[in-house]
Every structure is written in C-alpha cells, then in structure tokens.
Design a binder for this molecule. Sequence first.
Ligand code: CP
Length: 308
Amino acid sequence: MPALSVRHLLGIKYLNEQDIQLIFETADQFKEVINRSIKKVPSLRDITIANIFFENSTRTKLSFELAEKRLSADVLNFSASQSSVKKGETLIDTVNNILSMKVDMVVMRHPNPGAGIFLSKHVNASIINAGDGAHEHPTQALLDSYSIRERLGDVAGKKVIIVGDILHSRVALSNIFALKLQGAKVKVCGPKTLIPKHIESLGVEVEPNLRKALAWCDVANMLRVQNERMEMSYFPTTREYTQQYGINKEILESLDKEIVIMHPGPINRGVEITSDVADSSQSIILHQVENGVAIRMAVIYLLASQLN
Ligand code: CP
C-alpha cells in the first residue's frame, strides 16, 4: 500500500508532491463514501483519536470529529478552556495524560507557532496540526487545493491570488507551500503592512492592486483580517480596507472571465467579501467545507496505517 513520507502532519512544508497526490486520491474514495446513504467505513475501529483545541474553531473541529467518526475511530474531544490547563498544567503533561488513556493520534489546534512540532518531539503519538498560530494550517491548504482540482480539473498551471492579511495567516503560508508544490502560479495581494517581508523567497509575487490581481488569476482566495493576532492597527479603517481589498459583485462583473472565489472561513461579510459574491455560483466556499471531511479522513487514514 502507498504510504505518506511523514509520520505526523505538522505542515505542508514537510510533504512532497507524491504525498499530496496520495492524500487526494484517498480523499476521492472517502468523498464517494460520505455521499452514500451509509456514510461510514469500519477502517479505524481499533484507533482512538484526541482532538485538543486550545483556540476556537467551528469548521476544523467539527470536520475532524466527523472524519474520525466516519472512519469508526473512537473520539475524545478536549477543549483547553474547560480543562486543567486553566490550573497551570503544561502542554506535554496534558497530552501525556491523555495518551496514557491509550490514545493513538492527536489533532491539535494551538495559538503558538510550532506547538505541533514541539509536541511531536515529546510524546509517542501521531500528531496532526489543526492550525498553529500564524504558522501552518495544513489540512486547510489540502482541502483548498483539492477544491480547486475538483472545480478546475487540476492545480498545476492555475493562477491563484491570495488576498488580505497574509502576515498573520497560517492559511496563506500552507496554501503557498501546497500550491507551489503542485505547480500553480501564486501571487499575494493586500496592504503593504500585511504582506511579510521577503515573501518573494517563497516563489510568489506581490500584486498590490486588487483589480489587476483579479484580472490575472483563475482563483481568488479571500482571507479574513485576523484582528485577534494584531496588537496595533495595520490599516487606517475597516472601510478603507474594504474599498481597496474587498471583493464585490461589481468588481467580479467588470472582469472578462469567470474566476473561482474561495474563503477558508469564518467570513466577515461586507469586509473582505460581500454576500452577493460569497453566496454566488462562482464561490466554492461551502464545497471547501464539504471537502474538508474527505481530506481529513484521508490524512487520518494514511497516518493511522503507519501506527505500530
Ligand atoms: N478555516 C478554519 O480553520 O475555520 P475554523 O477556525 O472555524 O476551524
């Protein structure tokens, strides 16, 4: 059976192109399963997975839980805000206590970049990074590329613009790694203050003008401004941000082609995207969410097949 080149999914940075294709081919099979009347397979009946979330989440948390249940794994859900972390317990102690209950795999979201990498070096379980600060969100990037492949047939050669708060976005970094590995052309667009210095070293170009960026691309991935990661203002007002970097129907209709609109969620309607765009037939936002379950099933299944 083909296997991933990694034991943990800590970031797209650690995958190769074959890993991504294997995840997509496995997800194709699981997508077929979750569209049947009986949406479950018995593949992981002997596996226990803990979802430990130190940060809020709707899509990722529910999607992982559903993916695990569709694979028939036993599932533990841990929310840091209701746990003994509040009494001062460390991350390693917390996870080792969970693992002593015979847990095989940990899915973790954490506000600190590198938290998953740190954990993988200190505990004996397979770790999946469900978002670590402004670092990586690998399953989001996988489901994003998978959704582009589904809508446009392929990712190679496609032109993708990532718009918004690139500086604080783990989605942007993981998407850049994933898209470049698959041979897509990538540009980023946003206020200069929200574009990381030296981003060109990742093989992407900066296009400061949204209309030019949209005229160039096949796909626009609109990102939320991550106010929770900002300690100061990066642009004058939300209104001015929306005027320069928000997408609306009038802008889309001024293009001479139909582009695909993506957003990882949660959306700030009326800020980076208007409702008439988010809810239009050009938007694949809810397809991204749907594909998240199949992608996470594939990642869990492939990592579980490497457990002793
Ligand atoms: N896209 C994403 O990570 O959403 P959540 O924060 O709701 O999980």
